[in-house]
Design a protein around this ligand. Sequence first.
Ligand SMILES: Nc1nc2c(c(=O)[nH]1)N[C@H]1C(S)=C(S)[C@@H](COP(=O)(O)O)O[C@H]1N2
Ligand SMILES: [Mo]
Length: 321
Amino acid sequence: MLINKPPGIRPSEITPESVFRNRRQLLRAAGLGGAGLLLGTGCSAEESEASGALKSLDVVKGSSFSTDEPMTDYEDITSYNNFYEFGLDKSDPARLSGDFKPRPWSVEIAGEAAKTGVFDLDDIIGPHPIEERIYRLRCVEAWSMVVPWNGIPLGDIIKRFEPTSRAKYVAFETVVRPSEMPGQRRGVLDFPYVEGLTMAEAMHPLTLLAVGLYGRELPNQNGAPLRLVVPWKYGFKSIKSIVKISFTETEPPTTWSLSAPREYGFYANVNPEVDHPRWSQAKERAIGGGVFSPKKPTLMFNGYAEQVASLYEGLDLRKNF
Ligand SMILES: Nc1nc2c(c(=O)[nH]1)N[C@H]1C(S)=C(S)[C@@H](COP(=O)(O)O)O[C@H]1N2
Ligand SMILES: [Mo]
């Protein structure tokens, strides 16, 4: 059932945008797996009206860390989100983040480092090339996406602030702006949203500070202007709209382990062998894949075991979930 199209020609060049879009919706409604399968995966940011206002980025492609799995469509990545600051539904972040202002933006660097203070976002990312990293995102809710993130390895940025030998962990904090974030007005979680990594996890070359996706700045719903992407961990570790990064000696608190300690731990490595107390983690559903597409088995460390398993040698991954 695969329809071949001449190589290098994008569906948008064959079909006017509106027809292409309607056809995708029809295919999806018919459960035929969506554009990814039938029309190739060429749906880039340029083809979406939604990305119109977002600045395009100068991106270095071809990372050896990228997966070669087909990418999820831009539209799916930017309309099916978890961002509780904007509400609980997957559609809330895209619908309700229009008032959020990701610029100007500053980030506080604090704790066990030689250089601390409040820095403008441009000073934090400025000197670094922005890479494209095509990573899987696996949510603990058993769905997954493949996203062409644009960002800078977190370790490259951390080094510039010269953490001391006492820095064993890195803590992250999301902005608190109830006037622009309707979910914060309703207190669905204890805000600010906080997350943390061990220093070794933060310095791992796979760990990315993302500033964009599909070659454009991050949409608000995906964590503009700066969010973490830790591809071997459940999606909730990948904290959005970061305003503070601190180096600490002790394990920092994390939002989900604070709110449900029985269900979420500090490590949160993707592990198909350890079920969530209320559902299995063995399989996952690809977002945008259509309602009849079969679930795929989830891989240990979300497929990045070769690169990261050594970080956890000697650690009981059942206890340290
Ligand atoms: N500040 C903040 N960061 C967050 C969340 C959130 O609710 N608030 N949700 C997390 C969860 S559960 C997931 S699965 C990912 C989703 O990222 P995406 O919407 O870009 O796909 O963001 C994570 N980062
Ligand atoms: Mo998630």
